[in-house]
Structure formats: structure tokens, C-alpha cells
Write a protein that binds this ligand. Structure first.
Ligand SMILES: [Mg+2]
Length: 232
């Protein structure tokens, strides 16, 4: 019997791209006005800042931290990061949150799970502070029994530590009767499978290489709702 479902957050429960694009738009608008920069220069420096931080901090929560990207961005424009980076981070997140919309199938799925006494966990990369803000913004906090971020686990997915910490917090000593739901094959599906958790992959990618007996591919959350109780 299904005891718990572990969900990825970003790009699984809401669409990431419109949010990120608006965050970047707001950052560009602010910096073109406040610092008199060209849009192309802001975009190029943001991308190189992101890449530097990512490469330095591979597979950790901090590698995604926008405050560190803004720190590098300030440094590359010869501005004091202590004065500006936190504000720029907030400009980005304000734009990001303004476009955040919960997928319409999430509440019906969560209600089905609650009705059957199935616990709900969120297992997500990035720092706890911002991921908690996202969950509050989406209004999901009362559904969530357990939250694990890669900041708390010490490593991003697919590192087994983050999945094992989630099982631990759920007081489950076996991956049986648990499923994972996520959009990334290399992080969510590979990671969950590597600790023995079956996974639903939300994807339209039909690559036959990405197929295994521990994974069920579903095109969207609506489809997942119809099949989630059939496979465990
Ligand atoms: Mg994701």
C-alpha cells in the first residue's frame, strides 16, 4: 500500500520558465535604469556569474543561490556586493514570484493522497529559505508532511543523501510503498531509483534510452492523477 509520495517542486508543481524569465526581466529593467547598463551586458554578466558559481559549487544548494550570482554580478561591474547584491536578489525573486502559478492538478492530487492517508513530501534542490517561500506562496504548506532541501541534505539530487533523509523524516525504513514524482530524469528519476524508490517521470521525452522498470513515464500531472494508485 502506498505510504508516501515524494514530489520535486520546481517545474513539477509549477512551471519554472515564466517565473525565471520575469525575474530576469525585472533585474534587467532595474540595472539598465539604476546603473545605466545595456540589456545585453546585464544578460551576459548574469549568465557568466551563474556559470562561475555553478562550477565552483557543483551539486550543492548554494550553486543555485541567486544571492551568490548577484554577488558575482556586482563584482563584475565593480559595485560593492554588500551594498547591492541582496537588493538585486530581491528584485529577481519579486519578478519570479509574480508569475508563479500552481499547476491546477496539484490540489486534486494532494486531496486524493490525504484522503487515503498517504503522506506528502517535497524533495527539492536549492536553499531552504527560498524553497519554503515558494511553498508558502503556492499555499501548499498544510499539505506537506515533510520537506527536504539540498541545503539541509548537503547535496543536490541525485545524491542518495537527500532521498534517504526524506525517508528518514517520514519514519520509513524501506523505499517500498513510496514513489517519487519529478520532471528531471537525471536528478529526480535516476536519484530516486538509485535508492530503490519507484518514480513517475513527468515528461514528453520519449527517448527509449531513458526507460527502466523502476520508472513510469506520464505526460503531465493530470495523467498522473489517474494512475498514481495503480502502480504501487
Ligand atoms: Mg524540477
Amino acid at each position: 500500500m502506498l505510504k508516501a509520495v515524494l514530489f520535486d517542486l520546481d517545474d513539477t508543481l509549477y512551471a519554472y520558465n515564466p517565473c525565471h524569465e520575469e525575474g530576469i526581466n525585472q533585474l534587467v529593467s532595474y540595472l539598465t535604469l539604476a546603473w545605466g547598463l545595456k540589456k545585453e551586458d546585464v544578460l551576459a554578466k548574469y549568465e557568466s556569474s551563474r556559470r562561475i558559481v555553478h562550477d565552483q559549487l557543483k551539486e550543492t544548494a548554494a550553486s543555485h543561490h541567486r544571492l551568490l550570482y548577484m554577488t558575482k554580478l556586482c563584482e563584475s561591474f565593480d559595485k560593492n556586493p554588500i551594498t547591492y547584491a541582496k537588493y538585486l536578489e530581491e528584485v529577481y525573486w519579486k519578478g519570479y514570484f509574480s508569475r508563479m502559478e500552481l499547476n491546477e492538478n496539484v490540489i486534486p492530487i494532494f486531496d486524493d493522497l490525504v484522503k487515503r492517508n498517504v503522506k506528502i513530501a517535497i524533495v527539492t534542490d536549492l536553499v531552504a529559505e527560498i524553497q519554503y517561500r515558494k511553498i508558502l506562496y503556492l499555499g501548499l504548506e498544510d499539505y506537506i508532511n515533510v520537506i527536504v532541501t539540498s541545503e539541509e541534505a548537503g547535496a543536490d539530487k541525485p545524491n542518495p543523501a537527500i532521498f534517504n533523509l526524506a525517508l528518514n523524516k517520514l519514519n520509513l525504513n524501506s523505499p517500498d510503498n513510496v514513489v517519487f514524482v519529478g520532471d528531471s530524469y537525471s536528478k529526480d528519476i535516476f536519484g530516486a531509483n538509485s535508492v530503490g524508490i519507484k518514480a513517475f517521470w513527468i515528461s514528453n521525452d520519449t527517448d527509449p534510452q531513458k526507460s527502466n522498470p523502476m520508472m513510469i513515464r506520464v505526460s503531465d500531472l493530470k495523467t498522473l492523477r489517474g494512475v498514481i494508485f495503480d502502480h504501487v
